[in-house]
Design a protein around this ligand. Structure first.
Ligand code: ZN
Length: 160
């Protein structure tokens, strides 16, 4: 059941409660009248609580949807990563840049390395230091990734 259907049902229930309260006003038996009103109050409270549960579940569902979307995006990115010089590189980045392998492998997070000096990179999240990820090493990795991409595209063309 989607949240809109649940909200519609709750609205129907609240309308029925109001109708019962109106009809109870016509009763002559004071004891029965009081009992019906007491039960109606309990029913109204249950519907209000249900409304709160539906809104909490709706929020939870939205939050889970956002998390799933984020995980799918991470998964798509991980498929594009290749492991070189102890770090991961994304061939779709232009120019390709290194990602922290420690964060990817332990926390499932893709964190771009920042330049620590001319050739070393540091993860801004976990602080891990990587040798040879910038400078000439970076240029060599970028060149080999572009060559691999060209080979992959040629193979695709030959296949089709
Ligand atoms: Zn890290």
């Amino acid at each position: 059941m989607d949240p809109v259907s649940a909200t519609t049902l709750i609205g129907t229930g609240l309308k029925a409660v109001r109708a019962i309260v109106d009809l109870t006003g016509r009763l002559k038996d004071a004891g029965a009248k009081k009992e019906i009103l007491d039960q109606t109050i309990l029913l109204q409270q249950a519907i209000n609580d249900l409304q709160l549960v539906v809104s909490q579940l709706t929020e939870q569902s939205r939050s889970l949807g956002d998390k799933l979307h984020g995980l799918e995006a991470q998964q798509d990115l991980k498929k594009k990563l290749s492991f070189r010089n102890n770090s991961y590189w994304n061939s779709d980045d232009d120019p390709p840049r290194p990602y922290c392998s420690a964060c990817i492998e332990t926390k499932n997070q893709t964190v771009t390395l920042k330049k620590a000096d001319d050739c070393r990179g540091r993860c801004p999240s976990c602080g891990q230091l990587y040798d040879d990820v910038f400078g000439s090493t970076s240029a060599a990795i970028q060149k080999s990734m572009k060559e691999a991409e060209v080979r992959r595209k040629q193979q695709e063309k030959e296949y089709w």
